[in-house]
Design a protein around this ligand. Structure first.
Ligand code: KE4
Length: 428
């Protein structure tokens, strides 16, 4: 990085009026003992900070920008849409169009409700599950992150894990008591939880591919096991596909693993970079939502025309040709290259990867849950992160996040990344 004085200036100004100087904690770079760079613009796979430094971006706004920054078609369609106004608080054709694309892509989703964030999506899905089943308890997996609603900010991944406070003050004990937490990929603990609380568990919610303790794949049969036990016990199975939806496959993890949840939460990619979340599922469950059903959920800007336009444009591009095969090839190329470099240097590292996302763990052991993810060498990660940033590679400032790839990343970007990666690994 040439210089960072404008970022430094903006950061101290921001800290005067915004908690921590950021509008989402992980952006503060706290855990990597650095100050954040302030971004001026993005273009394709690149972001440019206010000091004019260019980075190859592997955060991509934490997943939404699967097409890269400022995709021409998204920009063009937004430009046209904005002249018609920005929000009406009334139904539009656009909302139905995006809902139809989602319903068409996800066989387990017959109806879908738009909201404005992943947090709203999971919060609403939980309330629906509790209302539909008449039960109170929720079962979640430690290390999964589902946004910051009270019932789920317990042993959560992503920011809470990064900052080392897997819960948060402000969540009443009475709320926390309704959430049962078990390790990811652990079959027995789920069986035990149902043995004790079965008839009171409204839902099991998980990331079908975890991406908030780093990327962790479900073990063989794990998702099917959860599908079977929830069906047997009369609980709902909720897949939080806010990250994996339209990323690991056009139909998300549920398509990839062939498991149909009762409810699916979406976000990020379906908004094409604008604020959109959604939750959907079987008709008889979704019809329980107001105004037709008794479970209330609402939102002033839900389904707003600009966000719908960006989402529709994005998903239409994803649905064409061999988009996911190309994304898979790019991901595999980068991961294989990194593995080779670490092997040459003799650095113990593990990679978990799928189409469009991966994580590397400075660890000798397989990483299959939050406990093993937490063992990875954090000091080494911080050194690695700082050197990569210095050399123009923008990674998530936490070992508990995923590395994302977009359609905009070209061969030259991947090769440049590997060149820099080799320099950094060789100097660790
Ligand atoms: P939002 O409320 O941040 O839109 O979505 C919450 C959420 C729900 N479910 C999953 C699987 C998620 O990953 C997220 C949010 N992801 C984090 C990063 N892993 C957002 C980054 C941030 O908190 O700033």
């Amino acid at each position: 990085m040439e210089k960072a004085n404008k970022s430094e200036e903006l950061f101290s100004r921001a800290r005067e009026v915004i908690p921590g100087g950021v509008n989402s904690p992980v952006r503060a770079f706290k855990t990597v003992e650095s100050n954040p760079v302030f971004i001026d613009r993005g273009e394709g796979p690149y972001i440019y900070d206010v000091d004019g430094n260019r980075y190859i971006d592997y955060v991509l706004s934490w997943g939404p920008l699967i097409l890269g920054h400022a995709h021409p078609e998204v920009v063009q369609n937004l430009h046209k849409a904005v002249f018609k106004g920005t929000s009406y608080g009334a139904p539009t054709r656009l909302e139905t169009e995006l809902a139809e694309i989602i319903v068409d892509a996800l066989p387990a989703v017959e109806k879908v409700r738009m909201v404005n964030s992943g947090t709203e999506a999971t919060m609403s899905a939980l309330r629906l599950a509790r209302g539909y089943t008449g039960r109170c308890k929720i079962l979640k997996m430690s290390g999964c992150y589902h946004g910051h609603n009270d019932s789920l900010l317990i042993e959560a991944g992503s920011g809470p894990a990064t900052l080392g406070n897997p819960g948060s003050p402000g969540i009443p004990e009475s709320f926390a008591r309704e959430t049962i937490v078990v390790p990811y990929n652990d079959f027995e603990s789920v069986e035990k939880a149902f043995a004790v609380y079965g008839s009171d568990i409204a839902a099991v919610i998980l990331e079908p591919v975890a991406a908030n303790m780093g990327v962790i794949l479900p073990e063989e049969g794990y998702l099917n096991f959860l599908r079977d036990i929830t069906r047997k016990e009369g609980s709902l199975l909720i897949f939080d596909e806010v990250i994996t939806g339209f990323r690991v496959a056009y139909g998300g993890a549920e398509e990839l693993y062939g498991v149909d949840p009762d409810l699916t939460c979406l976000g990020k990619i379906i908004g094409g970079g604008l604020p959109v979340g959604a939750y959907g599922g079987r008709r008889e469950i979704m019809d329980y939502i107001a105004p037709d059903g008794p479970v209330y959920q609402a939102g002033t800007l839900s389904g707003n025309p600009l966000a719908m336009t960006a989402g529709i444009t994005t998903l239409k591009i994803l649905g064409k040709g061999n988009f996911y095969q190309q994304l898979r090839e790019k991901t595999d190329y980068l991961v294989r290259g990194m593995q080779e470099i670490c092997r040459d240097k003799g650095i113990p590292v593990r990679f978990n990867s799928l189409t469009g996302l991966f994580s590397q763990f400075f660890s000798e052991r397989e990483v299959r849950d939050y406990q093993s993810a937490s063992q990875t060498d954090r000091k080494l990660f911080i050194k690695f992160f700082k050197m990569m940033l210095e050399k123009g590679i923008y990674l998530a400032p936490s070992p508990f996040e995923a590395t994302f790839i977009s359609q905009a990343h070209q061969q030259k970007d991947l090769d440049q990344t590997l060149e820099i990666y080799r320099e950094v690994i060789n100097s660790l």
